[in-house]
Ligand binder design. Structure first.
Ligand code: ATP
Ligand code: MG
Length: 261
């Protein structure tokens, strides 16, 4: 029923701009500096994918690629209990929700692709409704080949991830950290990803680390790009790339009940 559908973020303005939420069957990237809320966003999405439809979830399972050991089921349950107290009052609900998240910690992109290839078919049968990779750059840093071989290998894995989204028709949400704290610079950088080399050469504020790690192939593989950043002490989420919406920015907060607009 969710073929070509959307996973609601429960962030009203963002859902509206995305025609319902994070689309199934494509890659969505969350990018922003350390501590901005990328993992908090992922925890909320994992929760929403596993919740029953009666509270806006899609009653699914989630594969969470937790490269840097930042997944916390305790925090996910806290977000759930604060946002849906009536649901989480049911005995065993917290364990049931946590049990729906399969947390994997591959040490390289090759290890990731290998394990996902093995469970590719069962992705469909096991009602997986979301795949999260937190973070892609950290996963890529586990590859220790260099030069042209590295670019070739990276290209293969990026194509694999993209085809996995299309084949399984689930949303794949991927995070990436950028070092720049400047909202405009980060957004401009991502708008102009196709001119990346020139930008990196000319502006020291851009994150050449991410560009070097993922390259141009990645920038094009992503269908939706959400840039999270802070300016004047306020957090913003910017829809920086979307086939259905012009660039839009929404202020957001993080509280005990998770991310909210
Ligand atoms: P990194 O790139 O380092 O992984 P990130 O973008 O994933 O960073 P998160 O871990 O998602 O960042 O966000 C951390 C922030 O979330 C904290 O700095 C804090 O502001 C907020 N936060 C986390 N838990 C809570 C909570 N229980 N109540 C309020 N705010 C919280
Ligand atoms: Mg994180």
């Amino acid at each position: 029923e969710h073929m070509g559908g959307h996973l609601s973020t429960r962030l009203k303005g963002l859902d509206d701009a995305l025609c319902g939420g994070i689309p199934f069957g494509v890659l969505t990237e969350l990018v922003g500096p350390a501590g901005i809320g990328k993992t908090q966003f992922c925890l909320k999405l994992a929760l929403l994918a596993s919740l029953p439809p009666s509270c806006g979830g899609v009653d699914g399972r989630v594969i969470y690629i937790d490269v840097e050991s930042k997944f916390s089921s305790t925090r996910m349950i806290e977000i759930g209990a604060k946002s849906f107290p009536e649901v989480f009052r049911t005995k065993g609900m917290a364990q049931e929700m946590a049990g729906r998240i399969l947390v994997l910690r591959p040490t390289s992109l090759s290890e990731f692709s290998e394990s996902l290839q093995q469970i590719k078919i069962s992705l469909l049968q096991n009602q997986v409704k979301l795949l999260i990779i937190d973070s892609m750059a950290a996963l890529v840093s586990g590859e220790n080949v260099q030069g042209a071989t590295r670019q070739h290998l990276l290209g293969w894995h990026i194509s694999f991830i993209k085809s996995l989204a299309e084949f399984s028709r689930i949303p794949i949400v991927v995070t990436n950290q950028v070092r720049s704290q400047n909202h405009d610079e980060v957004c401009q950088y991502y708008f102009q990803a196709h001119r990346r080399e020139r930008i990196v050469e000319n502006h020291s504020g851009y994150d050449s680390h991410l560009v070097a790690a993922l390259g141009i192939h990645w920038a094009h593989a992503v269908t939706i790009r959400l840039v999270l950043d802070a300016k004047s002490g306020k957090r913003f989420i910017k829809l920086a790339k979307s086939p259905v919406s012009p660039p839009l920015a929404f202020p957001f907060n993080i509280t005990s009940s998770g991310i909210s607009l």
